[in-house]
Design a protein around this ligand. Structure first.
Ligand SMILES: *Cc1c(COP(=O)(O)O)cnc(C)c1O
Length: 500
């Protein structure tokens, strides 16, 4: 299968090339030429398989230029008991008759980004061997917090690669910041940016699109690539856990073949929910995809009105990994639902760039509402939802997962649709521990604690164990202190790479 650009100027790209390049030369995103379908026969066979076997089959549908043994190596290098603290990899937890939580945070950095970023470096090394790539690959990442650490962890000391991460200096939690500042590895670089996530992402995209600069890098035998969810190699592994969750439900007898499920996803850059859409297009019977936003509710407005409008204040929330106004992966969805109309997609993206909004018109909008439903959740509601879920279900959730649980309740109230629903849980509660502590600890236990102390109190009070990756974080030596202005991001890259 070949890959094409959502803006029309690239086609006939192999999976390996798409994964190495990350973003298409015309600024579009790589998309598979067609979406493979899984038949009912395959689903019933896959029921008996474990996560790794399911992953191998699904990846093979899209990576036709990879051999079976290459895919096996990538999958086993990523989803093993050294990297994940639950052998099921992405376990489902039942919270109610029709309400399941899909825990996606059992990887090394305690957020769902590990699901893709543990395997991406393997996919990338394999791709480089295939294409005979001789340049060093420089991974450039803008992060709202979780991607950065997960990418650092995935790429640290991977031969033939270097990784540079930019995070919004004031826009991530203490735990997230500390996780990045202590990262070890001979090929890792980290910088805080004085700006928000969109500034950092725009800065990174602009470095990618500067031809002169990319030529300069080429002369130095280096080549930029992306580990953000614009890279197809990030998105593909995310399709796996939705299908795997569906198979687990069938196997456990909660649903029968053909029964639909709803999927609820706390959404920022639209990568995770887009993977659920692809899973649906592959044959997973989806009722509704429920897009849960925080008060940066640009996607909720889009799904309610068909107009994407980023002209609004950027809100800093307690679910910072979703503080995003430009959801890059929506471009892929638009390309799919317009039957690959690159002209339209390109025009909308141009409008988004020049005036900050676009209107997809009634026909395309109808398609959007056929698949998606959306609402958003304020910070106050997020805290109340964490508290209620702890009190009623004795289950501890992080702020992002709480946004999804809250929006799911709004969905039930608004539609009365009680179809079995899977809610994606995207981070361990300890990763955003101070907000979680605020929600569940009695006020006297909150007094006088910094973010790290609160984690220990949270563990003590709830009896829920803190992941080993977070314990003791506050005592690890800080290795990365660089802070830069948005305008200086490119210079910072040059300094890191010793280009001057
Ligand atoms: C990245 C992230 C999200 C948002 O996922 P997208 O794919 O960007 O929509 C939600 N929750 C957490 C914890 C995240 O790290």
């Amino acid at each position: 299968m070949d890959y094409i650009s959502s803006r029309g100027q690239a086609s006939g790209i192999s999976a390996a090339e798409a994964i190495i390049k990350g973003i298409a030369p015309d600024g579009g995103l790589f998309v598979p030429e067609y979406i493979p379908r899984l038949t009912e026969d395959i689903f019933s066979v896959m029921e008996g398989w474990n996560y790794q076997e399911r992953a191998r089959h699904i990846l093979a549908c899209y990576l036709l230029d990879f051999t079976e043994s290459e895919i096996k190596q990538c999958v086993e290098g990523a989803y093993n008991s050294k990297n994940f603290n639950d052998e099921r990899i992405a376990p489902l937890v039942k919270l109610g008759d029709n309400k399941y939580i899909l825990e996606l945070w059992h990887g090394p950095t305690c957020a769902f980004k590990d699901m893709a970023l543990q395997i991406l470096p393997h996919l990338m090394s394999t791709s480089m061997n295939k294409t005979g790539e001789s340049s060093e690959i420089v991974i450039l990442v803008a992060t709202s917090g979780d991607t950065g650490k997960a990418a650092l962890e995935g790429f640290s000391d991977v031969p033939g690669t270097r990784i540079i991460v930019f995070y919004p200096e004031q826009g991530v939690s203490e735990v997230q910041k500390r996780q990045m500042m202590i990262q070890e590895g001979n090929n890792v670089y980290v910088a805080g940016v004085r700006g928000n996530f969109d500034d950092a992402q725009t800065g990174v995209k602009s470095i990618f699109s500067q031809e002169d600069y990319n030529q300069l890098l080429q002369q130095k035998q280096m080549r930029l690539s992306s580990a953000n969810s614009i890279n197809w190699g990030r998105l593909l592994p995310q399709i796996v856990y939705y299908i795997s969750a569906y198979l687990d439900l069938r196997q456990g007898g909660s649903i029968k073949p053909g029964d639909k499920i709803n999927i609820v996803v706390p959404t920022g850059n639209f990568g995770n929910i887009l993977a659920a859409y692809y899973a649906g297009q592959m044959g997973l019977p989806v009722g509704k995809l429920i897009c849960a936003a925080n008060s940066n509710n640009v996607l909720t407005d889009f799904i309610k009105k068909g107009i994407y409008d980023r002209n609004r204040p950027f809100e800093k929330t307690i679910s910072p990994s979703m503080d995003i106004l430009i959801s890059s992966n929506l471009e892929r969805l638009l390309f799919e639902i317009t039957d690959h109309d690159a002209g339209k997609v390109k025009a909308w993206m141009e409008e988004l760039r020049s005036r900050g909004n676009y209107d997809v018109g009634p026909a395309v909008y109808q398609q959007v509402v056929d698949y998606f439903w959306s609402d958003y959740c304020s910070d106050e509601e997020t805290i109340a939802t964490i508290r209620k879920t702890w009190q009623e279900d004795h289950y501890l959730i992080d702020t992002h997962t709480a946004v999804a649980v809250n929006v799911y309740e709004k969905y039930l109230k608004s539609t009365g649709d009680h179809t079995l629903s899977v809610i994606a849980s995207t981070a361990s509660p300890f990763k955003f521990g101070s907000s979680v502590a605020q929600a569940v600890l009695p006020p006297e236990m909150m007094a006088g604690g910094n973010e790290f102390e609160l984690l220990y109190r949270l563990e003590e009070f709830t009896g829920v164990r803190m992941p080993a990756a977070i314990r003791g974080l506050e005592n690890r030596p800080i290795l990365h202190k660089t802070i830069c202005q948005v305008e200086d991001m490119q210079n910072t890259v040059s300094q890191f790479l010793n280009l001057e």
